[in-house]
Design a protein around this ligand. Structure first.
Ligand code: MN
Length: 308
């Protein structure tokens, strides 16, 4: 362990398309594999900080690799001080904006920087940041399901110890949503949390109509009922919703969350490490959530949940 801040020796990125065991069907299609970009930041002490980002589609893999490596070349020799580097990136991209591949690339680099700092300190990052390694509550996440065909999988999730199940809706009409939610609630019983994700597929009026009809099934949250950018729509739905609203996986960087929280858009938030500005952005959003008494969980990157 060294007391000097490690510096960046090199940054490389690789594209992989990882198979997933259970394809995820949502309101807009089916995700059959996970196109990932793996990022390695080698330090002057010979340690490597690792991270990955989820490209959603193979189309963005090559541009992301190129962007990360080009950005990385400019950073060779710099001390790994993530807050300083984020300030520098913010200036570099202020006129372009965070949303899209730029924000994903910067977030991925930031995650690898923090990982390198954890390795240099011989500590899990959660411990380095003042937290602890501990068990966390987890739910098993499903796509749009068929309660009959998927019954075995659902039972296996419960056997594995999950105390919550998330499913997707909005791929059909309200009757279909109700049929599926009712069947899953019947199958998992009253003590398991059940969440429904609409993946931004509804308009505010339709969202309110569906949420009202689904109230008897004690949903723990309704996720992204309307377009992520539609903060006023979120707030409108939330104002009359008998069920808590969850959102945030598509809000970009801490300023995006500041806007959403100021708009009273959601009861819960779930930043995506790759869209929130990596660990640096995550910490800043966690502070906002704590101050506003908004429970926070993570989108996709389950390991981020250990950070706060
Ligand atoms: Mn979601």
């Amino acid at each position: 362990m060294s007391t000097t801040t490690p510096a960046i020796r090199s940054i490389t990125a690789r594209a992989v398309d990882a198979p997933i065991s259970r394809p995820v069907k949502n309101a807009f299609g089916v995700i059959r594999s996970a196109p990932l970009v793996l990022i390695d930041v080698v330090t002057d002490q010979g340690l490597t900080g690792h991270s990955y980002i989820f490209a959603y589609t193979r189309l963005t893999l090559k541009p992301l690799v190129r962007l990360i490596e080009d950005l990385g070349r400019d950073l060779v020799g710099r001390p790994i001080a993530p807050f300083d580097l984020m300030t520098e990136m913010d200036a570099k991209f202020r006129l372009l904006g965070w949303q899209g591949l730029v924000g994903m690339a910067v977030s991925g680099l930031d995650m690898a920087f923090w990982d390198a700092l954890g390795r240099a300190a011989c500590q899990p990052l959660s411990v380095l940041l003042g937290g602890s390694s501990r068990p966390i509550r987890a739910y098993d996440s499903y796509g749009a399901i068929d309660p009959v065909a998927d019954e075995k999988d659902l039972r296996r999730s419960l056997d594995q110890g999950f105390r919550g199940i998330k499913i997707k809706g909005g791929d059909g009409d309200l009757d279909n949503d109700e049929r599926v939610v009712k069947a899953v609630r019947g199958l998992i019983g009253p003590d398991i949390a059940l969440m429904l994700d609409f993946n931004q597929s509804l308009n505010p009026s339709e969202a309110s109509r569906r949420i009202d009809r689904l109230a008897p099934y004690d949903l723990h949250w309704i996720e992204e009922p309307v377009a992520a950018e539609n903060l006023a729509g979120h707030a409108r739905v939330r104002a009359t919703s008998p069920t808590s609203i969850q959102s945030g996986e598509n809000w970009w960087f801490p300023r995006g969350f500041a806007e959403a929280i100021a708009s009273a858009a959601s009861d819960f938030i779930m930043p995506d490490l790759m869209k929130v500005g990596g660990v640096t952005g995550w910490l800043r959003v966690a502070a906002q959530a704590e101050a506003a008494s908004i429970p926070m969980s993570s989108h996709l990157f389950a390991e981020a949940r250990y950070l706060v």
